[in-house]
Write a protein that binds this ligand. Structure first.
Ligand code: XIL
Length: 300
């Protein structure tokens, strides 16, 4: 096959990218994105600060630009993200307790209601677990509303759009030996046992020297899948752009039937949140295919 999306489709998977609304006028960018990818995530435009800048006043203009571009070009959309400690609007940052809990519920209903029936999978909760060795929750204003905030978010989401897959998404849950991975695994197992609606786990998979790819990644994907959820690689980038590591990631996903797709976090190195110098993506700053691109295409 000659594109990432077509190659992924051979095994029933998708290959996606993050898109920034402000770059939809860049023809080199849209040409590559349209040609190579079949799943789209808004890099920032569906986050809380973008979609509810004032409490109860929703703004979907930038999110809809990305959604419409994707659908007009025959692509599906992942929703990112509904409940998160980062990129909260100021009004939400200053809330706590029952007031914040209600605002979270209202936000999920407002955003999922707007996109009801249109989204392949939502990252319902993003980055709720702590870094380091605790294996426990991250301290945040949402966590301080009560430990049940995550399951409340998922139950709210299931009612707001019954057609979307509901994902828990996080970084540094790629390495099976890490406490954070085990903490999230235990939560997903508990949710499945108690019937809390959860359908997928998103492995962000931002690999760098502090959190490098490890060959136990396949065990992580297999272990989550064995709980009865899909696994999606949602924000892949690899600092330094190793073609070998990119191939390893693809091979590990393809080894697990419930690993349903891979999304890279940007198109060209110059589009990466890590900066062009990180060389973390599949196209260089001129839009040329890198060695990592060919490695991924061959592995798919
Ligand atoms: C990043 C975006 O790429 C940046 O443009 C923005 O300034 C900050 O957020 N984990 C996530 C993504 O879930 O939403 C983050 O995206 C990267 C880390």
């Amino acid at each position: 096959e000659s594109t990432l999306a077509a190659a992924a489709q051979q095994s029933g998977r998708y290959f996606g990218t993050a898109i920034a609304a402000g770059k939809l006028g860049d023809q080199q960018y849209t040409t590559i994105a349209n040609r190579e990818f079949d799943m789209i995530t808004a890099e920032n435009e569906m986050k809380i600060d973008a979609t509810e800048p004032n409490r109860g006043q929703f703004n979907f203009s930038a999110g809809d630009r990305i959604y419409n571009w994707a659908v007009q070009n025959g692509k599906r959309v992942r929703g990112h993200t509904l409940a998160w400690h980062n990129q909260q609007p100021g009004w939400m940052q200053s809330l706590s307790g029952g007031n914040l809990r209600q605002a979270m519920i209202d936000h999920i209903n407002g955003v999922m209601g707007h996109y009801r029936g249109k989204i392949y999978a939502w990252d319902v909760v993003n980055e709720a677990y702590a870094d380091g060795n605790s294996g426990g929750r991250r301290d945040s204003n949402l966590q301080r509303t009560g430990n049940d905030w995550i399951e409340v978010a998922f139950r709210t989401a299931a009612a707001a759009d019954p057609s979307a897959k509901l994902c828990y998404n996080d970084y540094n849950i790629d390495n099976w030996s890490w406490a954070k991975t085990q903490g999230v695994y235990n939560m997903v197992r508990d949710f499945k046992q108690r019937g809390v609606p959860i359908h997928c786990v998103g492995l962000q998979s931002h690999f760098n020297s502090n959190s490098p790819y490890n060959s136990n990644y396949r065990t992580t994907i297999q272990s989550f899948a064995a709980l009865g959820v899909d696994v999606q690689i949602t924000e892949l980038d690899i600092q330094g752009g190793s073609a070998t590591t990119y191939a390893n990631v693809v091979n590990d996903c393809l080894a697990v039937p419930r690993c349903t797709g891979i999304t890279v976090w940007g198109v060209r190195d110059s589009d990466s949140w890590l900066g062009a110098g990180a060389s973390a993506l599949l196209f260089d700053g001129n839009g040329n295919k890198k060695a990592a691109y060919n490695s991924v295409l061959n592995a798919l």
